[in-house]
Write a protein that binds this ligand. Structure first.
Ligand code: ADP
Length: 632
């Protein structure tokens, strides 16, 4: 619509040309008629001018009738000479015998008395009919008239001769030509003037149209600032008003839709859910920030791309699937959801790894006719839910498994006893001891599970009190020292020594003593359990910036690097068989972690395989200033 109009295609040009053509045609028709009329009139006037006066013809007739030729010729000569008419170039008088009786031509006086050679004169004499003629020769145009002369006095019809008059019509035609030239000049001037006027008129008509066209183009380009000038109250004026009105309306509509779009944009960009919209071919047209973050991509990479590629599901689904039946799915986008990396995304990933799991809901954008114009896809982060769900499933399977193993062994011992082993005095007590140990372990496990479950539900009551951690830790370590001393020499009790590196300061912290004792016991027991005989266990207590840190180091097996992050998981054991043999449940550290976290503390481990491990517990601690001492 912005195309340039060629000059001769414009209305401006057309109006001007029509106007000028009309003007020229009119002038030409009038002119032609006028010139023709003028010519006719001039010729008539000329004829009248050169017509010999009747009294002269009467005189000539009288003279021709006279018998006295000599006298008559003389008289005729005088009469002819008297014809006072500058237009007449020659007058010739011939009698009815065809003899020249007089001529105005001075050079032709000799022909008087001779028979005229001109047959046209003779034929006029015979026919008694006047003959006029206009001839054009190289010398110019001449008017000739041959009129019969009749003797009026005797017989009106008796031809006595004829008079031949020849007159040059040059002046007549010169006049006509002059008028024609004037007329042509005038029509040329009128034409030019008309053209100028036509251009102005056409301009007056087309200028408002042109302005409206420009305004329409500006509106289309989104510039509503201009207004078309209203030149008058005619149709064009009304059209201009309508265009101005239209521009305001379009601007209003545009503002409304802009505001709507901004609102939608802000809703989309502040949504925690990802939103992707596509056209009907499934190519992305909108992607909000959340979706970009989820899919670790950006607008440039996604706009115009197929949604299947963007979601990394091009190998599993086709666009038809999405359009026809697939309404939701769960995906795990890889860092870059492109190429073969996307294939791996559907595979379940190990827990703990913070991999995004997205629930994708599709809905179609449909017109009333049912025509599908696009797809809207909402991405919802279900990582936490999905992780919890997996953990729950894994936990149930772990619990079942952990209980089945001791139960199976208990059952096989009981079967053996039932089958007669009870009678065997040596075997029976041994079998019973094993069943008792296994049952104890199961009870311990179930108690630990219950403790964990209470922690999970938040129903575990925390019995908090201010305790001097230095004293508290020392007390626990004393107990372990004691255990070593009181251990029976034949028992499987391991030998170890405890090295204490405790700060001298009193460190008052608020803890649930029973639970915290359980935690330290567990770590100490592990240190003993997973250390060779005679190892040194180093217990430290230090005060760090608004924290106290308890650490217990052993010189045992250590924990492989890959397992370090998992030892606090429920049922996780580096060496399942070994742990179980030593009565471990795999829940000790999990409970410890829950307890420490319930105290707003942190528990972690530092270990090198084969060289020992150090478990750390840090608890929040607010050192008492002097002024904070209680008065009591
Ligand atoms: P368990 O009842 O099996 O000891 P825990 O939750 O207490 O369960 O410990 C989990 C796992 O962590 C243990 O099975 C063991 O493999 C590893 N572990 C814990 N403490 C130590 C340690 N001091 N040295 C080496 N490995 C350890």
């Amino acid at each position: 619509m912005n195309g340039k109009i060629k000059p001769f295609q414009s209305i401006h040009f057309k109006i001007a040309i029509v106007f000028v053509l009309l003007l020229l045609v009119t002038i030409e028709i009038i002119g032609a008629y006028f010139v023709k009329q003028l010519e006719q009139q001039n010729i008539t006037n000329f004829e009248n001018l050169v017509t010999i006066q009747p009294y002269i013809t009467t005189q000539l007739s009288t003279e021709l009738a006279d018998e006295d030729t000599e006298t008559a010729n003389r008289n005729i000569k005088n009469i002819v000479a008297d014809v006072d008419n500058s237009s007449i170039s020659e007058v010739l008088v011939v009698d009815n015998k065809g003899i020249v009786r007089g001529t105005s031509n001075a050079n032709d006086q000799a022909s008087i008395g001779l028979r005229t050679p001109r047959s046209d004169i003779k034929s006029v004499i015979y026919s008694n009919h006047k003959k006029t003629e206009i001839t054009s020769t190289s010398d110019g145009s001449f008017y000739t008239s041959i009129a019969p002369l009749t003797n009026q006095s005797t017989d009106a019809n008796q031809v006595v001769g004829a008079i031949y008059v020849r007159a040059s019509m040059d002046t007549v035609y010169r006049n006509i030509n002059q008028v024609t030239v004037i007329f042509l000049t005038a029509s040329l001037v009128a034409g030019l003037l008309g053209m100028v006027i036509a251009i102005f008129i056409a301009r007056a008509i087309t200028q408002p149209i042109d302005e409206m066209k420009k305004q329409a183009i500006r509106i289309a380009d989104g510039d509503y600032s201009g207004q078309v000038r209203v030149y008058g109250h005619d149709e064009l004026g009304q059209l201009a008003l309508a265009v101005n009105n239209l521009s305001i309306r379009v601007e209003e509509a545009q503002e409304v839709s802009d505001a709507e779009r901004r609102r939608l944009d802000s809703v989309l960009s502040h949504m925690t859910d990802g939103v992707i919209a596509t056209d009907r071919r499934g190519n992305v047209t909108i992607i909000n920030e959340a979706a970009q973050t989820f899919l670790s991509t950006n607008v440039d990479e996604t706009i115009g791309e197929s949604i299947l590629n963007v979601l990394g599901i091009e190998n599993e689904y086709s666009l038809r699937d999405l359009l026809e039946n697939k309404r939701d799915m769960v995906i795990e986008p890889s860092k870059k959801a492109t190429g073969d990396a996307a294939n791996k995304t559907i595979q379940p990933l190990p827990l703990n790894e913070r991999k995004l799991i997205l629930k994708v809901d599709f809905s179609l954008i449909q017109r009333e006719t049912g025509f599908i114009s696009g797809i809207v896809c909402v991405l919802h982060d279900v990582t936490e839910q999905e992780k919890n769900e997996r953990e729950r499933r894994e936990f149930v399977s772990n619990v079942s498994h952990e209980l089945r193993t001791p139960l199976t062994s208990v059952r096989s011992y009981i079967e053996a006893l039932t089958d007669g082993a009870w009678k065997d005095e040596k075997l029976a007590p041994q079998f019973l001891t094993v069943t008792q140990e296994e049952t104890d372990r199961m009870i311990r496990m179930i108690n630990e599970l219950l403790a964990l479950s209470r922690m999970d539900q938040g129903t575990a009551k925390m019995d908090l009190e201010y305790v001097n951690l230095n004293e508290f830790f020392g007390y626990i370590l004393d107990r372990f020292d004691m255990m070593l001393k009181t251990g029976k020499p034949d028992s499987k009790q391991k030998h170890y020594s405890i090295k204490r590196e405790l700060t001298q300061k009193d460190l008052w912290v608020e803890i649930d003593t029973d639970k915290m004792m359980q935690v330290i016991d567990n770590i100490m027991n592990n240190a003993i359990k997973y250390s060779p005989d005679g190892g040194v266990i180093t217990a430290r207590l230090i005060e760090a910036h608004d924290n106290v840190v308890v650490s217990i180091s052993d010189q045992g097996l250590g924990i492989p690097r890959k397992d370090i992050s998992k030892v606090f998981d429920r049922f996780y054991r580096v060496d399942k068989a070994r742990s179980r043999k030593q009565g471990g449940t795999g829940l000790g550290l999990a409970i410890s972690k829950e307890v420490v976290e319930a105290h707003h503390g942190r528990i972690w481990v530092d270990s090198a395989e084969g060289r020992g491990s150090t478990f750390y517990i840090s608890l929040p601690y607010q050192p008492y200033e002097d002024g904070d001492e209680w008065d009591a």
